[in-house]
Design a protein around this ligand. Structure first.
Ligand code: ZN
Ligand code: ZN
Length: 196
């Protein structure tokens, strides 16, 4: 089954408590934040803030910030996410909409399907946000856009039914065929083929 515009996001996944950096999240997750600075050290410092996390696009024109705990963080293998990023996997962080703000400039939006808009930097092209009218209380950002991507703590993989055959991840996180919502059970934990 194809996943037009990542139906993972058409309803809210189960909320689980966000775990601290470096610890294992307990379930479905997404997260992000903001801030931009001129030096790697400044960026590192901003991202280490316990209550505020920042991220930016490649060129630095757009900076965003998030406070508080994300709803969830997860890896998505669906085709729409792959298309949107031209990458084999996308790591998403869901943030309460009210806890998110652009602190420098603002993105342009591509309306990828009814009720869905994807924000990106019109200068450098970096994808930045995903918003769906069905879950208007959330905004999803890319974990790797954070100033310190180590902050993110993914809790599962979704849409592994669409996973590319030449891509695998070695973590032992649960894998869901499509979404992890509505009591779905993982089809396995860890990669399909254990590598020696
Ligand atoms: Zn997806
Ligand atoms: Zn940019």
């Amino acid at each position: 089954m194809r996943s037009p515009d990542c139906p993972q996001y058409q309803t809210s996944p189960e909320r689980r408590r966000w775990s601290a950096r470096g610890q294992q999240a307990t379930s479905l997750t997404h997260d992000g934040q903001s801030a931009q600075s001129n030096s790697p050290l400044q960026e590192q410092g901003a991202a280490m803030d316990a209550t505020s996390v920042s991220g930016r696009c490649l060129c630095g024109s757009i900076v965003f910030q998030h406070t508080g705990e994300p709803n969830w963080t997860l890896h998505c293998h669906c085709e729409s996410c792959r298309r949107a990023t031209s990458s084999p996997i996308t790591t998403w962080i869901s943030i309460p909409r009210g806890a998110f703000a652009f602190t420098k400039s603002a993105p342009r939006y591509f309306h990828s399907s009814p009720g869905v808009r994807r924000g990106f930097c019109e200068n450098c092209g970096s994808p930045l946000t995903y918003e769906n009218a069905r879950i208007e209380g959330e905004i999803h950002i890319y974990a790797v856009s954070l100033l310190d991507a180590n902050y993110a703590s993914p809790s599962c993989h979704v849409f592994v039914s669409e996973q590319l055959p030449w891509f695998e991840a070695l973590d032992d996180l649960p894998r869901f065929a499509t979404t992890g919502r509505d009591g779905a059970s993982p089809i396995r934990f860890g990669p399909e083929k254990k590598l020696d």
